[in-house]
Design a protein. Structure first.
Length: 654
């Protein structure tokens, strides 16, 4: 047997080392080995030969002073035998194990028991290796005289375990798509940063960022392209933030940011403005198309918006949804008054199903005028909810929840029927009829029999279809383009007019000018706002109006509020104007005045300005405004628990 032959030479060398340096002899070694190999079919010499060459062996006295090492041990750790003999085993200590670890080891051995476990060993060159070690007490004539240590190098296995642990750790703490730390990392980091902020007496900003209308990106270009956009977005944001700002992926199209070590609260809006500028720096690319992304951001600030993780996250989310409701593409910093809004949303959602049964919905109208003649040419029907507790509620506050619950189908049918009945009533009163436009949601258009329902209402009411116009946005089409376009064509077949609303805010507006079966284009207020201040805005609007006219489409400018805006739009031959300059949304009685007059008259507008009743009690003005906390503890008979809001008191009275 070659192995045994090779081992014999090593065995002789090892035995000579033992005789020269320690009082152990071959019988002592064989006795030690017999302790754990008594059942082997090999004889003692063969066992000794194999073990001495295949295992790292070390023998110490009861104090831990090295008495013997084999060649394998020396070769693995980079020592010569004479460099170790007589040295204490602490020469191998790495500092990775605690004092308690070694205390347990020695207590076990000195009680004449075997100790087994994993231990890190320092090599001669200073590097570490990992060993599985078993230490056996050596006993002769009932006397403990040393310890036999057998070690197996497990460095590779430990590295594999470490690599596997790191992979598992990365999966648990990092987002697989973007490589950003994930929600779990965010929660752990937030908890740590809250404690640091408490210790350092600094503020901490928690930002919940949500991409606006990202579902339309996925629906239009597919999820693979959407995922790539999320990666590109995260890279761009990371490039715009410093070391005190950490970006996390929440999931879907949501992200978190932690703004650490804030000493000046003005740093928060400045950081968010820089992030927003980075988002809009240049368009993103999706399958060769330029895509402009925007984000709504909600911010809560420790300790002002809350002092624990749960409250801070809830308030950041509240602020983010406020940014969504206020038009998106902006940030909102949480204030306690948002809790009142949250309570209001809860009650509206609760009461929405009863609103139709209680006949709580009503209609306001906003006229559209010819800017050259001031003639009223049409009006938009705007639904309002006359809530018994909250008063008049705008559609921005309840339409989304109605769409989510499906209630929008019944509300939409009620609105169409109500408008048709009102038109018929005006006709009976011999009033000049104007076209009335009605906003539609995607949920309505996706109903399989929507066009048939509209046709039935027209027939029942006896109203000519030419007096009805439906307004929809591009985002409505994007959701299920083929189905929506099919429904719109059915509506066109019964001679109902179609208007493309909020033009200029979608993803591919020019494409929809070609595909969309509409007669009217409504320019969004966001374009009109800057027409008199920004040359680029003016040129964009001028080009859009010119293009629409070439396509034989009527152009309506929404949100016109000033004479400067009106004058410029007149010069660009805009067909119709809608906005506060002419009229805010008005009830049916005021609209009748416009129908009778047929034209916009200042006297009509001024006669219907709502006058605010001033308090008759005397007021004492304060020389310097006084800060106070206002807490709402009830609305009507409903008791509430809503956090206080800081207010400034300028005068006071009984």
């Amino acid at each position: 047997m070659n192995v045994i032959g090779k081992s014999s030479g090593a065995n002789r060398k090892s035995k000579s080392s033992m005789k020269k340096n320690v009082p152990f002899n071959e019988l002592d070694s064989l006795h030690a080995i017999d302790l754990f190999n008594s059942d082997s079919i090999l004889n003692s010499n063969e066992i000794l030969s194999v073990i001495l060459n295949e295992t790292l062996i070390l023998i110490t006295d009861t104090r831990g002073v090295i008495q013997f090492v084999n060649d394998m041990y020396c070769e693995t750790l980079g020592y010569q035998a004479d460099e170790l003999i007589g040295k204490h085993t602490r020469i191998f200590k790495t500092g990775l194990h605690s004092k308690a670890f070694y205390q347990n080891l020695w207590e076990t051995l000195l009680s004449e028991k075997v100790w087994k476990g994993e231990i890190a060993i320092k090599r001669k060159d200073g590097s570490f290796s990992w060993n599985f070690m078993s230490m056996h007490p050596l006993i002769k004539n009932d006397h403990l005289y040393g310890f036999l240590t057998l070690r197996t190098d497990i460095t590779e296995q430990k590295q594999m375990q470490k690599d596997l642990f790191n992979k598992i750790e990365r999966i648990q703490h990092y987002d697989l798509l973007t490589g950003l730390p994930n929600s779990k990392s965010f929660s752990e980091c937030l908890s740590k940063e809250i404690n640091l902020a408490k210790e350092n007496n600094t503020a901490l900003g928690i930002v919940q960022l949500d991409l606006d209308d990202f579902k339309f990106i996925n629906n239009t270009f597919g999820y693979n392209t959407g995922n790539q956009l999320l990666v590109d977005f995260s890279i761009r944001i990371k490039q715009s933030i410093n070391d005190d700002v950490v970006l996390f992926r929440q999931g879907g199209d949501g992200f978190y940011l932690l703004l650490k070590d804030i000493c000046d609260l003005e740093d928060i809006p400045q950081a968010l403005i820089l992030i927003n500028e980075q988002i809009h720096k240049k368009p993103f690319e999706a399958k060769g198309n330029e895509v402009y992304l925007s984000a709504s951001m909600g911010v809560s600030v420790f300790p002002f918006s809350g002092e624990n993780e749960e409250v801070l996250l809830k308030n950041a989310e509240t602020a983010m949804y406020r940014a969504k409701r206020n038009g998106k593409n902006q940030y909102q910093i949480f204030s306690p008054t948002m809790n009142l809004y949250g309570y209001k949303q809860f009650t509206l959602k609760n009461d929405s199903k009863k609103a139709l049964l209680r006949d709580e919905f009503c209609i306001y109208y906003q006229p559209r005028f010819n800017p050259l003649t001031n003639e009223m040419v049409s009006a938009e029907a705007l639904i309002r909810w006359n809530h018994p507790r909250w008063g008049i509620v705008s559609p921005n506050e309840f339409i989304v929840m109605a769409e989510e619950s499906g209630l929008i189908v019944q509300i939409g049918e009620w609105l169409i029927r109500k408008v048709c009945n009102q038109i018929k009533l005006w006709e009976r009163e011999n009033l000049p009829i104007k076209r009335i436009s009605i906003n539609l949601s995607a949920v309505q258009l996706l109903q399989p029999h929507f066009a048939n329902m509209v046709s039935s209402i027209l027939t029942e009411s006896g109203v000519d279809a030419k007096w009805i116009e439906f307004e929809i946005t591009e985002t409505v089409i994007i959701q299920k383009e083929e189905q929506v376009l099919a429904t719109l064509n059915k509506l066109r077949n019964i001679e109902i007019s179609i208007a493309l609303d909020d033009f200029g805010t979608g993803y591919s507006s020019l494409n929809y000018l070609r595909k969309f079966p509409c007669e009217t284009i409504k320019l969004d207020k966001s374009l009109i706002d800057e027409i008199h201040r920004d040359r680029d805005s003016f040129e964009i609007i001028a080009s859009t109006i010119n293009l629409c006219h070439k396509l034989n489409k009527t152009v309506v400018a929404e949100g016109v509020e000033t004479i400067e805006q009106l004058s410029l739009l007149k010069g660009l031959n805009c067909d119709e104007i809608q906005g506060y300059y002419y009229s805010k949304p008005i009830d049916e009685s005021v609209l009748k005045d416009y129908l009778i007059q047929s034209k916009w008259v200042n006297s009509i507008k001024s006669n219907h300005i709502v006058k605010i009743n001033q308090r008759k009690a005397f007021r004492i003005p304060l020389e310097v405004p006084m800060e106070a906390i206002m807490t709402i503890d009830g609305i009507g008979k409903q008791h509430l628990t809503i956090e206080g809001s800081q207010v400034s008191i300028q005068n006071i009275g009984p």
